[in-house]
Design a protein around this ligand. Structure first.
Ligand SMILES: *Cc1c(COP(=O)(O)O)cnc(C)c1O
Length: 332
């Protein structure tokens, strides 16, 4: 990921905390393309990252900044992957880390957080309650709170996914659409920010057609899809969020306005799929590509199947879907 350091908030000579994040494989999937009725389709597999999700990119950047700024430690509320990534990068930086997780978080996730030496605090209630506890702890101790979109650096790491796509496509002829499984919005916002920067800085020609950004959510928690349909500029909280794709179980995304703006600017779209469609498509990615897909990736494929019939792209389209994490984290 640090090959793009010229575009990232780091000064010459500052140490980079790195354990092999980024430059994830982009695998073409002809069978999935044919089924979706598009010309070509690729899966970008973020499950290959350290700690098995794209969260590694953002937490890598945030911990690098925290270390450079000489902060006493880092903390985060988590439903899973952000906590594991923070714990690993804090360990690599030799910084103290504290992670707040709901007591109901799957045991293997809690085990991973502890295994990296982070101090784990279990919270009664949901991720919002963990968020409040984290904020109180950060205020008291001066630890850096790296909760989703509460600080500026995680997005700067996430945007390397956009740079990688541009480089993979030869800095021209970018894909027609990118389908991203969206919860809090950091991944989607980061990728769109990358495309803006590449145009501004001349890394991409001014007249390069940019991909349509497409948000994939679960029918049981789809505040961004609902807001997009209503042409609203912000989302209202989703009551009773329910989906096994835990990365998408974000009822009140903090990045709602920026995500909706990216959809508008890119002439993108937002769709939701139900739980059985998510399960079936998670299996389709794994069983046709050999990629250990997470349910969030399955949601993205389910939405890719809708793009032609919904009029977002034509049959000649080239589409990239993101598998944001590894399926292994969900099998226990
Ligand atoms: C966090 C997460 C998401 C959602 O990402 P946002 O940047 O919050 O939209 C999707 N998939 C997985 C596997 C995640 O861990």
């Amino acid at each position: 990921m640090w090959r793009y350091s010229a575009a990232m908030p780091i000064r010459d000579g500052e140490a980079r905390v790195s354990i092999g994040e980024g430059m994830t494989p982009l695998t073409e999937a002809p069978e999935l393309a044919a089924a979706a009725g598009v010309a070509r389709l690729w899966v970008k597999d973020e499950g290959i990252n350290p700690t098995a999700s794209f969260k590694a990119r953002g937490l890598c950047m945030a911990v690098t900044r925290a270390k450079a700024l000489g902060l006493p430690g880092v903390c985060v509320p988590t439903a899973g992957n952000a906590g594991i990534a923070l714990a690993a990068y804090a360990a690599a930086a030799r910084m103290p880390a504290r992670v707040y997780a709901p007591r109901t978080t799957p045991p293997p996730i809690l085990g991973s957080i502890r295994a990296y030496g982070a101090e784990l605090q279990l919270v009664d209630g949901h991720i919002g309650d963990a968020g409040k506890a984290t904020m109180a702890f950060a205020t008291e101790t001066g630890f850096f709170n790296v909760a989703t979109l509460r600080e500026p650096y995680r997005v700067e790491g996430m945007k390397t996914m956009g740079y990688e796509i541009a480089e993979s496509f030869g800095w021209r002829n970018l894909p027609d659409a990118i389908v991203y499984p969206t919860g809090g919005g950091e991944g989607t916002i980061g990728i769109w920010k990358a495309f803006q920067e590449m145009i501004e800085w001349g890394w991409l020609a001014m007249d390069t057609p940019l991909p349509r950004m497409v948000v994939a959510q679960a029918a049981g928690c789809a505040p961004l899809v609902r807001a997009f349909k209503e042409r609203a500029d912000h989302a209202t909280p989703w009551v009773n969020p329910e989906t096994h794709a835990s990365g998408l179980r974000v009822p009140a995304p903090l990045g709602d306005r920026l995500v909706l703006r990216a959809l508008k600017e890119s002439r993108g779209a937002a769709f939701a799929t139900d739980e059985s469609t998510i399960r079936a498509n998670t299996f389709r990615i794994a069983s046709t590509c050999g990629i250990d897909a997470a349910p969030e990736g399955g949601a993205a494929l389910g939405v890719a199947d809708m793009l032609v019939s919904e009029g977002v792209v034509g049959r000649d389209a080239r589409v990239v879907i993101f598998n944001t994490g590894s399926g292994a984290s969900y099998r226990w």
